[in-house]
Design a protein around this ligand. Structure first.
Ligand code: MIG
Length: 753
């Protein structure tokens, strides 16, 4: 085996934005993207094109200066210092004050074994690691190892790796400091956080390609997420309807069945916004077709659904059936749009439709063609597009390595295939929908997918372990830039007990995307399938979700501005509090700024929770609890432990049956007593179009000032008129003050209590 370690610097050069150091083995290029983001690319192929699917920013120019001594090169920004050892090229990152953040292992640095490249990095005694997106395991990934290789993983469990998505980005936490590292390499990649190294080092690398990483030096986890999503992009405002309750199943077998289920929601006054069609709406699983018998008149079907204020999401898989006369097949073959073998022959793999070809989503013309095909769905009125099987999955999981997407072989780009499919879907449907926001959901993803799509965590299982695992996956994806995430509520495979279903729905309220889904052949999962008492409990969870939508929509707005996720592991706000990493507490998260959710399995009716520093109020009982310690609290099935941060401002609305309903027109601003001033960024827009990009939004800061006894809504920024006519402040924990509602005008509103 050919083995090399990066050796001494042979030449050092710089141009306006790049420092280039050559060694006998490779070339190291350093670029500054912002004072707190420095890129290190160590390459054996410096002449290859520099491309990225994830990064959307350019480096700063004219900022790069460095100092050189006999032993070292030093590069400095206002937020980071990089020291590079010349005698054997090793990179070390410090704060401007000279405190160590992270550095190469002195002995092994960066090394190659044949085409594989690995970076060995020093491990600090108290170092913790979070992130890596959709990865099972603990919040703190120390002593674990992971592989990125997008994989269809039906029946994955709490220890299965890899699963569907790849986010080669993590955050290191030690000595009261933080840093982030994003390895932008799409090959199969590896992260080992000291799993089997006797704590000597951690390592990360890939099967091939460059050791190409971005180092983040912000000194808060939120700051690192903000920088990471600045670099790789942020999500857009989701359509408001997609934040309502979503009902899915593999499959509702006919238009009539979908309509019946939708009607049942309305009959029973259970709020809902979205119905889904899984693969059986198609004709023989051919993408962009409708089954002529069971979905005979899609237009009429969608009109009926819309009359009940429902939106429809339909599934698409990448595999295009090999069948003469099927337009997508004929055209794709004609124009050479599919993945091939090296001899040019189209690759055939089997999936649902049978023998299939796979579009080369890496090509712009193919993406455009794919995007335009959605006409078959948008024309009758579909608004959401569910991208499945895009790891890409083929039966038996073994797409040969010689399959080519353009000039790239499968192993080089597998991890980004799903992202490019989501991109094609997003770009195409955005065009077709004519200024309306498409909702795109994808199973496979790579860093940056937040720009195009929401994700869900694939085929989970109906058991208690998965209730908690799902929460950790959502939270970890949030650290990795994906704010809009769902899990199959109820568990995809198997059948949940009624207790599980009730508990899982109570968590659904606090999940960015709230979708109920089940595998083929499983029991029906709609809220009324578990007896009337359980139906009432599930209904309560859904109603709570709808009441919270003004808050949730504003939290999503924050995600579009800063990249901060909706579900925030406590490691974001309470990074250096050791207790939050304990297994008992690691699932707890903040839903937005103000609500701390303590997930509980279905069989546990009391639970230990940890409340971090500060004062907290239990949402259901208004009991006050002091933070910085653990509590044993009741967790009956009708009362998931949720705690409000003292001083919280939570805008809510009346229960509505669908986001298209107006409700009672009152925005209720719930304020929880606290002794410090607090504020909340309130955001509204039409929920449906891109007009907000041109100033048609409604943004105001809500301030709570306990000393002045006021709640103030700043003057509205933006041209959108609120859908609420009245504002009512609802006080919690204040002694008996009633506040009358006032008109919701656009000027500053000061409410005295
Ligand atoms: O081979 O479309 O994860 O949500 O219901 C299974 C059928 C294909 C996998 C998805 C699941 C979906 C199912 N799909």
């Amino acid at each position: 085996m050919n083995f090399k370690i990066l050796g001494p610097a042979q030449s050092i050069n710089s141009n306006n934005n790049q420092l280039v150091i050559k060694t006998a083995e490779a070339e190291a290029q350093l670029t500054i993207y912002s004072p707190s983001i420095i890129r290190v690319k160590v390459t054996q192929q410096p002449d290859n094109a520099d491309e990225s699917f994830a990064v959307i920013r350019q480096p700063l120019s004219n900022t790069l200066t460095y100092q050189e001594t006999e032993a070292e090169i030093t590069l400095q920004t206002s937020a980071l210092t990089v020291r590079i050892n010349k005698s054997s090229l090793r990179f070390a990152f410090y704060t401007p004050e000279g405190q160590l953040l992270s550095r190469d292992d002195e002995r092994f640095g960066i090394a190659w074994q044949n085409s594989q490249v690995v970076n060995y990095r020093e491990l600090q005694p108290d170092e913790k690691f979070i992130g890596l997106g959709e990865k099972v395991g603990n919040l703190n990934r120390r002593a674990s190892s992971y592989v990125n290789w997008n994989t269809d993983a039906p029946d994955y469990g709490p220890k299965t790796d890899p699963i569907y998505e790849s986010f080669p980005f993590f955050i290191g936490i030690h000595s009261g400091r933080t840093y982030g590292l994003f390895l932008d390499n799409t090959h199969k990649s590896y992260f080992d956080f000291g799993a089997s190294t006797d704590n000597e080092f951690m390592w990360l690398g890939a099967d091939d390609g460059d050791l190409n990483y971005y180092f983040f030096g912000a000194q808060t986890v939120a700051g690192i997420i903000e920088d990471y999503t600045w670099l790789t992009g942020r999500m857009e405002m989701p359509p408001l309807w997609s934040l309502g309750y979503q009902q899915c199943r593999w499959s509702y077998m006919s238009a009539q069945e979908v309509l019946n289920i939708a009607a049942k929601f309305r009959e029973r006054n259970i709020p809902a916004d979205v119905m889904y069609c899984d693969i059986d709406y198609m004709d023989g699983y051919k993408i962009f077709t409708w089954n002529p018998d069971t979905f005979a008149d899609p237009k009429q079907f969608l009109e009926q659904l819309k009359a009940m204020n429902f939106k429809l999401v339909t599934i698409v898989d990448p595999g295009i059936k090999v069948e003469k006369g099927y337009p997508q097949y004929d055209e794709g073959v004609d124009k050479g749009y599919f993945a091939t073998y090296p001899n040019g022959q189209n690759y055939v793999g089997e999936v649902w439709p049978g023998r299939c070809h796979f579009p080369d989503f890496f090509r712009e013309d193919v993406r455009e063609w794919w995007g335009a095909s959605f006409n078959a769905l948008t024309k009758p009125g579909v608004d959401g597009f569910w991208n499945d099987m895009n790891e890409p999955a083929v039966w038996n999981q073994n797409m040969p390595w010689i399959v080519k997407f353009g000039d790239k072989f499968m192993p080089e780009v597998r991890n980004v295939y799903g992202m490019q499919m989501a991109r094609a879907t997003y770009e195409g449907t955005r065009k077709l929908l004519n200024n309306k926001r498409p909702f795109v959901l994808t199973r496979a993803a790579y860093a940056g997918t937040q720009r195009y799509s929401a994700v869900w965590t694939g085929d989970n299982t109906a058991n208690d372990d998965h209730i908690l695992l799902g929460v950790r996956l959502v939270n970890s994806l949030g650290v990795s830039g994906m704010a809009n995430v769902g899990v199959d509520i109820g568990g995809f495979s198997g059948n949940p007990t009624p207790e599980m279903m009730v508990r899982w729905n109570s968590l659904g309220t606090y999940t960015p995307m709230y979708r109920n889904h089940a595998i083929q052949g499983a029991d029906y999962r709609e809220p009324w399938q578990y007896g009337s008492e359980n139906e009432a409990l599930i209904k309560k969870s859904i109603e709570r979700r709808y009441e919270l939508l003004p808050y949730l929509y504003s939290v999503f707005y924050t995600a579009t501005q800063t990249g901060l996720p909706v579900c925030r592991t406590l490691a974001i706000d309470y990074t250096h509090d050791q207790a939050i990493y304990y297994e008992d507490y690691q699932n707890q998260f903040m839903f937005g700024d103000s609500l701390l959710v303590a997930p509980v399995i279905s069989t546990q009716l009391t639970v230990k929770v940890y409340l971090p520093q500060g004062n907290w109020i239990r949402l259901s009982t208004e009991e006050k609890l002091e933070g910085g310690r653990e509590y044993v609290v009741d967790s009956p099935l009708n009362d998931l432990p949720v705690f409000v941060k003292a001083g919280a401002i939570i805008p809510m609305q009346s229960v509505i049956q669908s986001t298209q309903h107006a409700g009672d027109g009152i925005l209720r601003i719930h304020v929880y007593q606290g002794d410090k001033p607090t504020s909340f960024v309130y955001y509204e827009d039409d929920g449906d179009t891109y007009n907000y990009e041109n100033g048609s939004h409604h943004k105001r800061i809500i301030n709570f000032d306990p000393a002045a006894k006021t709640i103030t809504l700043s003057a509205v920024e933006g041209g959108y008129t609120s859908k609420f006519q009245q504002v009512q402040v609802v006080l919690h924990g204040f002694d008996g003050n009633e506040v009358n509602s006032v008109a919701c005008t656009n000027e500053e509103i000061v409410i005295q209590y």
